[in-house]
Structure formats: C-alpha cells, structure tokens
Design a protein around this ligand. Sequence first.
Ligand SMILES: [Zn+2]
Ligand SMILES: [Zn+2]
Length: 389
Amino acid sequence: MSKRDYYDVLGVSRDADAEAIQKAYRKLAMQWHPDRALAEQKAEYENQFKEIAEAYGTLSDEAKRERYDSFARGAGGFGFSVSDIFGAPHWNGGNIPRKGDDVQCLIEVGLGEILTDHRRTVEFVTDDVCQHCSGSGLRPGAPKTPCRDCGGRGIVTDYQNQGDVRIAFQQTCGRCRGQRTVILPENRCSHCSDGRIPATKKIEITIPAGIPSHYVFRIPSLGRHGINGGPRGDLLAQIVVTPHPRFRRGRDNQNDLLLEMPISFVQACFGDSLSVEMIDGSTAEVVVPPFCQNGHTVVIKGQGVPHVARRARGDLWVRLSIQTPTSLTSEQRVLLSNFDILERAKHVHQKSDAQSKGSSFEPVQKEENQNSRQENGGEASGEAGKKDG
Ligand SMILES: [Zn+2]
Ligand SMILES: [Zn+2]
C-alpha cells in the first residue's frame, strides 16, 4: 500500500525548482491524459493521471512541499501524524472538511498609476460546482464505489523502521483523497472532473496609492471549492508595479523616486535652471549649481510616491549626469583645443603660485620652468645653450 514518492512520480530531483516541476507535470499530464487512452487502458491512465496530479498538487505548493519533504525525511510534519508506534493507527479517516485551494492572479500597475487610489477590474480562474451533477462528479443515477487502496477508510498507513523502532505514518489516501469512495470511469459525469468546472471570474479591487510592488491581497472565499463541505480557498492577487520610462522607485525608500537628468558640460560649468516634468505631469525647477560635478543630486520635496498609510509623498532625487558630446564640429574642436591650452596653463600657474609660497630655493625652479616653457614655445637654441652651461 506504500505510495510512490512524489518526486519519482514526476521524475524530478528533490531540489528541482518550481519551473522544472511544472514542466515535468505538463509533459506527464499530457502523456497520461485519460482522453488519450484506449478503452482497455482507461483505468491505468486514470490512475497514473491522478497520481501525477496529486504529486504536482503537493510539490507545486511551497508549504505543502515543505510538509511533504519533512514527512519524507521521517520528521512527521503537519498533516501526517506519527500516530502509533508498533501498532496499527486508529484514525477516523480523511473525510474531514478541508478548505479549498487558493488561486492566484497578477495585477500590473504602472508607477504613474499609484500616485492616487484607483479601482481595477481583475480577472482570475477558479472553479464552480458542476450544474449537471450538482458537484457529485457522478453520472445521474450512478453509484460511488468504495476505494480499494484504503479499503474505504480514507487513509493509508506507511511504516518506517528507525533503528529498532517501527513507526507508522498515516496520511490521506491518494486515490480517493480521503473521500473513502471513488467514481469509476463509467460512472463519471461527462461535463466535469470531480464535480467542479473551471470558472473565470472578475472582481473589482481598490489599489491604494503608494502600494509596494509584489504586495499580495488575500481576498477570502474566491478560491477553489472546499472538500467535504469545507470553505472555499482564497484569491491571492499580487501587485506588480511596472517600470516607468523615466522614473525609478528608491531601493531603500519605496516612496522616493529617482530621475537621471542629462546635462551638458557647459551647463555643469555655468550652472542652469531646468524645467523638469514630474511624474504627475506638473513641472518643477531643477537648479544646476555652477561647477556642478557628475552625479550631483538635487532633491525635490514631495514629488515622490505617496506613503501607503501616511499619504504624504516621498521626495524626487534628480541625479545630474554630465554628457560628453558624441561629435564635434571643426569650430567646436578649435574652441575646445583653446580651452584645453588655457586650462593646462591655469594649472601650471596654480602649481607655480603654490610653490612660490613654499621653501626658499623653489623660485629658482619656477624660473627654470618658465624659461623652458618659453624655449619650448620659441627657439630651441636657448635650451641647448643652457645644457652647455
Ligand atoms: Zn458534473
Ligand atoms: Zn482511498
């Protein structure tokens, strides 16, 4: 009665990631789908298909997978009771009411949309009771059959030897999922699987201003139907704030915005005042100070994203980025060359001035420097004569 390991069922390793598990499941589910079976293979295909679905149902759910792994390691996690050492378990079966599975959806919102609260219609897929069989999953008038895997008890028992001790683990029967009965293929409702049909639904959600990306709304009772009369699962709607072409959200403070502002080398030297469009469409003045260095940041108060609870807006950080021209006209080239000569000369003068304030023999060096500069600029004979001397 021992069940196959879920990882073996899907043919994946124990450290397989969610993507690998989903890929394996899709492939196997397609391969073993009961619709592909010949009449005499029907039962085998259905069993395989169920086993695959059950393995996937557990391994694709992070919390369930963790519990399963801890069980598999012999730790006995939640849902699997280490009930009775040396003996048969005494448990009254698995048909206790259970909450239905949660369903998920993503809500994409632009960065510019979270400046104010706004309503959004969200579509998601859940399930509904099949109208043809009223949720029983049975063809009209057909009976349910006691499950032979668990003998109609709804639970199965696995044994593990740990040293001299034999431990019994109980878990819900995988074939009937604790229902104690199964529906034979010939008795199945032709409109649904297990009394449920997929249903696409819509709901309107208010997305509050300033919501952080990846925030998850849990909306109760919109998930899948419960089992054995249990409540419906929940809808988990995750917010994804999509990038803005100009503004980025602060990494440390999600209420601040960052803007990269290109300025020219000349603007950086002289300073400037720029009219910049804010994320809400208004304009604000950004003052570039004279002799501004690359990466200089100007903060504009209250032009960020609202704080989700306090409502006050964060700040906008404008980072000035000095751009180098990608081409020059011949006239610009001459002007820049002249600028370069003057800039170098300025540095030499500055250096000389600094040295003149230093030790007593330095003025001599200064003169020499000045002489050599003149010589370099004019006649070469002077320098030769100096070397001779
Ligand atoms: Zn049905
Ligand atoms: Zn069973």
